[in-house]
Each structure stands twice: as structure tokens, then as C-alpha cells.
Design a protein around this ligand. Structure first.
Ligand code: MG
Length: 456
């Protein structure tokens, strides 16, 4: 399994490439780039997190950084703590990746992920061994901080959009699936503060994921059953580092990750119309909703940092990514599942109808996500030829090639991290989305053959 080095950090399989030696070098490079100061450290619940934590702390202290360890902690919580208390931050998490993976996410002093320029500089230092080791009397100090979760939840409860008293009175019934990730350290506390009657599945943050940890509809069967058995108003699932939120309605049916942001945007836009910032792959339900509320949509390349920076630049009212990532700039510029949960509760309170009905009041689209493996052929070359082949079709080149049709779209983009080309299609019916995806997959397969035969 290849080790994936990108501007946002380093990612790999433990025991097969991702070693403490390597993580130590990343930490030394990052701390040298920061030039000392206080680094906030959080990690998700992965069983390999504790082992990597030792290397990260050593590397940071060796180059003169003080480390404030939050222990097992969600990504959004670590981002907020970094913004408030730190000069930088590192999160040991492979997000939604399977159990054998782990990774480092590197944060800038403002609590956002490193941008391309910052990340490239850290990686350059790592590769060149350009470290600024401290003398014995300049080594950093290690401390622990247990207040980050409370601060995060307090920020949420203070949101002007929430009527916490009324939510508490409503006594929502909720089931949450924490997949034994870091959700277990924040969701029960937040649900309790919001007066919910709740049941938590896989609460203990022990990293022993009972299923694939990505909160996709196909993995949420157990949650759906539990929602029905508990008579819940809805169910929710988060990924191991708690930046993605997926919802299940009161009948146990998954609403699909795209609709987490759509519901949150429907609620926020009804209170505060403005600009919504989303990535180029997010559902067009967002555009329809923005039109409903006299608002505008700005799209960016896929990746939280692109969305967050644009949201800051344009003063977005809400932002996010269709994969269940809700960003409310009032709290911070990062994807935050607990924030999304609070907005859904307030929205449901005001709608006075089941979540299934709220969902069906939104514009309905269906998305197909597929991929083609390109092996040793160049994905970029294939996508370039694909673009030429489209002729005069209306396209958007924000990220890869997105073909815009009247009521549908198809997006084709080379992956940055794997030898694949991602193909997504969205249309008003699932059949049409599938047909569109298949049609463009066929074109790509032909081009793959061409490129492979020409040796390009
Ligand atoms: Mg995540």
C-alpha cells in the first residue's frame, strides 16, 4: 500500500508504510516550520493512535514546541482549541478510512488545515531533513487539557440560531452511531445538554470499528433498525473524527450524506440568506435552495481547506461539502458534525413535522458515485482527452471536468491520492443518474484503452 503524502499531511497503513519514524519527521518538519510555540494535539480513537502520538510529541518537543494533548478528541474540537489556545495543531486521524489506516492532519495557527503553499513547505522540510532542533534547555513541554469538549459544546449552545430551552422542552428521541470513534466523547454530552432522550450505538472510543467507518447509507442498517426500535425522531452517524454527519429518518431510512448539508442550509438560509460555499461535487439541491431564499452559491475545488478559505473570503452564511460536512462560520471554519446536529434539532423544532417530511420538502436529486481504475496510465491525460472529446458541451472546470445539463450533471476528476478517476452523476431520478454515469464511464474506458495502447 503506498504512503500518501499530500499538502494536508501524510496518510498510510500502519505496519505497511506508516511508521513512527516517518511521523516523527513530519512532526519535526511541522514544528520547525511553525518556529516553536504551542501545538494542540488531538487524535481519534484508532488503536494505532497512541503509538503515533508518542512520535508526534517527541518530534514537536525536539524542535522546541510545547504540546497540549487533548487525548481522544474530534477533529472540529481540535480545530477550535487550536484557534483559541494554540499556535498550531495536529490531529492523528485517518478520518473515514478503514481501521488499518492512520494519518496526520496538520493545522495552521487559525485552526484551518494547511493550504497548498504551507503544506508544500512542511513537506519540503521533511524531505530535506530541514529541522531546527532545540538545545537541551529549549526543548518543549508537554501538558494535558481536558476542557476542549466543553468549550466546543458551549460554542454550539451559544449559537444565536438555537433556542436551547425550547429544544430541551421538546425532548427529542435520538439514536447516534459513533462507530467506536471519537464521537463517543462528545455526542452523549451534547445530546444531554440539549435535553434529548438518546441511545448511543458503539459509544466506547476504542477504535474497534464494527463496520466500515464511513457513514454511507449501505453501512447504516443497524442504525435504522435501532431508530425504529427506539421510536426515535431520527438517527445520526458520524465518522471516526466527527467531521461528517449522516442522518436516518424516523422510519429508519438513510437520507444520504448530501442531504445533511441541504437540511442545514435550508434552516440557516431561512434565518440568514447570503452566500453558500460548497465544493464542485455537492448536490445541486443547494443551488435550488439558494434560489428559494434569494441567496447565491459559490463552488470551489473539493477539499475542506478550499471551501473554508472561500467561505472566509466571501463571508459565507453557511458552507460545507456534500459528504456530510457542515461548516457554520459562526462557530469555526471547519466541518463539524456536532454543529450540524444542533442545526437539525432546531430546524425540526421549528418545522413541527417529521424529518422525512422536511427532507421531502427539499429539491430531490440522486447521486451516483463511481470510479475507474487506470493502473499505470495517466489519469490526468485521460481526463484531458475526455474534455477534448466533449466538444461544445457546457462544462465547469472548477475541479476536473463537470458537464452541466439542464437538470443534471456528470463530473469526472482524477484522484489526487489513488490511481483512479472519479465519476459522479446527479439527476432527478436514480435511473437517470446511473445511466449518465454509465455513459461517461464508457467514454473513459475507451480513452483508457487508447492511452494505454499509445503508451502515454
Ligand atoms: Mg472525517
Amino acid at each position: 500500500m503506498p504512503l500518501l503524502v499530500s499538502v494536508s499531511g501524510i496518510r498510510g497503513v500502519v505496519g505497511d508504510g506508516l511508521t513512527p519514524e516517518l511521523v516523527l519527521r513530519v512532526a519535526q518538519a511541522y514544528g520547525s516550520w511553525l518556529g516553536g510555540g504551542k501545538v494542540i494535539l488531538g487524535r481519534d480513537s484508532r488503536v494505532t493512535g497512541e503509538m503515533l502520538r508518542g512520535a508526534v510529541i517527541s518530534g514537536l518537543m525536539a524542535v522546541g514546541c510545547d504540546v497540549v494533548d487533548l487525548g481522544i478528541c474530534p477533529t472540529p474540537t481540535t480545530e477550535i482549541a487550536t484557534e483559541r489556545h494554540g499556535d498550531g495543531g495536529i490531529i492523528i486521524t485517518a478520518s473515514h478510512n478503514p481501521i488499518e489506516w492512520n494519518a496526520l492532519k496538520l493545522l495552521a495557527p487559525d485552526g484551518l488545515f494547511l493550504d497548498e503553499e504551507q503544506g508544500a513547505e512542511v513537506m519540503r522540510r521533511m524531505e530535506a531533513g530541514d529541522f531546527r532542533f532545540a538545545r537541551w534547555d529549549g526543548i518543549g513541554k508537554l501538558s494535558h487539557y481536558a476542557g476542549a469538549i466543553k468549550e466546543h459544546v458551549a460554542e454550539i449552545l451559544n449559537l444565536r440560531f438555537l433556542n436551547v430551552g425550547a429544544i430541551r422542552k421538546r425532548r427529542f428521541r435520538v439514536v447516534a452511531d459513533c462507530v467506536h470513534g471519537a464521537g463517543g466523547v462528545i455526542l452523549p454530552y451534547l445530546l444531554d445538554r440539549l435535553g434529548c432522550e438518546f441511545k448511543i450505538l458503539h459509544e466506547e472510543a476504542n477504535g474497534l470499528f464494527p463496520r466500515k467507518p464511513e457513514p454511507l447509507p449501505e453501512y447504516l442498517g443497524e442504525l435504522g433498525e435501532a431508530v425504529k426500535a427506539f421510536g426515535a425522531d431520527f438517527g445520526l452517524a458520524v465518522d471516526p473524527d466527527v467531521d461528517r454527519l449522516a442522518l436516518v429518518d424516523e422510519t429508519g431510512r438513510p437520507l444520504g450524506e448530501e442531504y445533511t448539508l441541504a437540511l442545514a442550509a435550508d434552516f440557516i438560509l431561512s434565518k440568514r440568506p447570503g452566500t453558500v460555499v460548497v465544493n464542485a461535487s455537492t448536490t445541486r439541491a443547494i443551488d435550488d435552495l439558494a434560489a428559494r431564499y434569494n441567496s447565491t452559491v459559490v463552488r470551489t475545488k473539493v477539499g475542506e481547506i478550499h471551501v473554508a478559505k472561500k467561505a472566509r473570503e466571501v463571508g459565507a452564511t453557511i458552507a460545507g461539502e456534500g459528504n456530510g460536512g457542515v461548516i457554520l462560520p459562526d462557530v469555526h471554519l471547519g466541518r463539524d458534525a456536532p454543529v450540524g446536529l444542533a442545526l437539525i434539532l432546531q430546524g425540526l423544532l421549528e418545522k413541527e413535522e417529521p424529518i422525512s417530511r422536511w427532507h421531502s420538502s427539499l429539491p430531490q436529486y440522486f447521486m451516483v458515485k463511481d470510479r475507474i481504475e487506470v493502473g499505470s496510465a495517466s489519469a490526468v491525460e485521460i481526463v484531458q482527452r475526455y474534455k477534448e472529446k466533449l466538444g461544445r458541451a457546457k462544462v465547469d472546470l472548477t475541479d476536473g471536468v463537470k458537464v452541466l445539463l439542464d437538470d443534471a450533471w456528470v463530473q469526472v476528476r482524477p484522484s489526487n491520492t489513488e490511481p483512479i478517476i472519479r465519476v459522479m452523476a446527479e439527476a432527478p431520478t436514480p435511473e437517470r443518474a446511473r445511466r449518465l454515469a454509465d455513459e461517461h464511464l464508457r467514454i473513459l474506458r475507451e480513452l483508457l484503452k487508447e492511452v494505454s495502447e499509445s503508451g502515454a
